[in-house]
Design a protein around this ligand. Structure first.
Ligand code: F6R
Length: 239
């Protein structure tokens, strides 16, 4: 797993933006996997400012809350629409996400896996990391081979994500997420981590053993993974 440690989140986001823009400029259809949450916000702003051509890109989201539909204001789908795909002009039919209101979540996840396959797989998957080491909503204990599925959210994740819902109790108990196996199938994976609160999780993921207790540690086994962190998140990494 390569590392790029930047002075601050802006410099880190610029590094990632460069790579995403290079991918978007490829003379072929591309599939970009995106994370919601706070970490990629600056990156998405940089991408929007760069005004790349997006005629050949499909965008695939990592996860969504169960019970939250694609049009709900606090859905990940809406976050990505407002911060990235809307301003970039990506057609809605080329943005793909798990539907938290699907009548049969198991079928929804199977369709989603098939869709990713039909698109030819994900070229570049952007990831944030939870304070408990989760990626997507693969909480500690998730299997390395897991595919898209319904998961229970831990109380620490529900607390961390309380903002959009007003309080932790209002955050759904369950989510739909790409599995660790699904994420690992991406050709390239970039894990972003900013701020002091991510330092322990990042050190465990990057320098600790590969273990289900730290889902992001699976990325150590990925042949083409990059960790991009600011100084604060990188403070516990071995040099
Ligand atoms: C979001 C996602 C999550 C977040 C992680 C970090 O789609 O899958 O794994 O990337 O919880 O969240 P932030 O960036 O808000 O600290």
């Amino acid at each position: 797993m390569d590392r790029f440690i930047a002075a601050d989140p802006l410099a880190a986001s610029e590094r990632v933006a460069e790579e995403v823009l290079r991918l978007l400029a490829a003379p072929r259809p591309v599939v970009l996997g995106v994370a919601a949450g706070a970490t990629p916000r600056m990156l998405y702003r940089l991408l929007v400012e760069a005004r790349p051509s997006v005629g050949r890109v499909d965008v695939v989201l990592l996860d969504e809350y169960v019970g939250v539909g694609p049009l709900a204001p606090h859905s990940f789908r809406q976050q990505i629409h407002h911060e990235l795909t809307g301003p970039l002009g990506v057609l809605d039919e080329r943005v793909h996400s798990l539907n938290g209101l699907a009548p049969d979540p198991v079928v929804e996840c199977e369709h989603f896996e098939r869709l990713i396959n039909r698109l030819g797989g994900i070229d570049l998957q952007l990831l944030g990391i939870g304070r408990n080491g989760h990626i997507g909503f693969n909480e500690p204990g998730a299997l390395a081979t897991s595919r898209s599925r319904v998961v229970d959210l831990t109380s620490s994740t529900r607390e961390a994500n309380a903002g959009a819902f007003g309080s932790a109790e209002l955050v759904p108990m369950k989510a739909l997420t790409q599995g660790l196996g699904t994420i690992s199938d991406a050709d390239r994976v970039i894990l972003m981590a900013f701020g002091d609160a991510k330092a322990e999780a990042l050190a465990a993921a990057v320098d600790g053993p590969v273990t289900a207790a730290v889902p992001a540690s699976i990325l150590q086994t990925h042949p083409n993974a990059l960790v991009v962190a600011d100084q604060a998140a990188a403070r516990l990494l071995r040099s």
